[in-house]
Design a protein around this ligand. Structure first.
Ligand SMILES: [Mg+2]
Ligand SMILES: [Zn+2]
Length: 163
């Protein structure tokens, strides 16, 4: 059995990106995000977040803060019966020269191994070109989330046309 997955960037894709988001008071879902994730989940996709959090390396907040925020995000998404399976976090800044920071596909490849993911049946969504490049580098069909082409826009398009 293989698993299809929707990989997601976090800030600017699911929740509003205020820049170095970690405070629980800054947790605000983007319009349609909960509904979009529900639609994917109802159609058999597991939801996995891959997120660059360079604010940790820069000392703006800690990994614990980031995990608390992620847990709060999952609680918030619970209102839609949506559950994020796992959060993969790159804690590094570009100058750390790590191997995991997007556009590197390392976090996605790690998830693919762990969950026996069917790459050809999976998608990635993000609001930056580095997200799309990350997905493409892992061989996953990847799409840019914008104000006009929101996560819900893509969910409606992909679920209705190709599934
Ligand atoms: Mg983003
Ligand atoms: Zn990293």
């Amino acid at each position: 059995m293989t698993q299809k997955v929707v990989f997601l960037d976090r800030d600017g894709t699911i929740n509003v990106d205020y820049g170095y988001v970690y405070k629980l008071s800054d947790l605000k879902l983007l319009p349609g995000a909960g509904e979009a994730l529900k639609l994917f989940q109802e159609n058999g996709f597991k939801l996995i977040i891959v997120t660059n959090q360079s604010g940790i390396s820069r000392g703006f907040y800690t990994l614990t803060d980031a995990i608390k925020f992620n847990n709060a995000l999952n609680t918030e998404l619970g209102k839609y019966n949506v559950h994020i399976e796992e959060f993969f976090i790159c804690t590094h800044a570009p100058e750390d020269k790590c191997i995991c920071r997007k556009p590197s596909p390392v976090m996605v490849l790690e998830a693919i191994r762990k969950y026996h993911i069917d790459v050809g049946a999976s998608y990635l969504f993000g609001d930056k070109l580095s997200d799309v490049e990350c997905g493409e580098n892992a061989g996953v069909a990847s799409f840019l989330v914008t104000k006009d082409n929101s996560l819900l826009y893509w969910a409606n398009l992909l679920i209705k046309q190709f599934i």
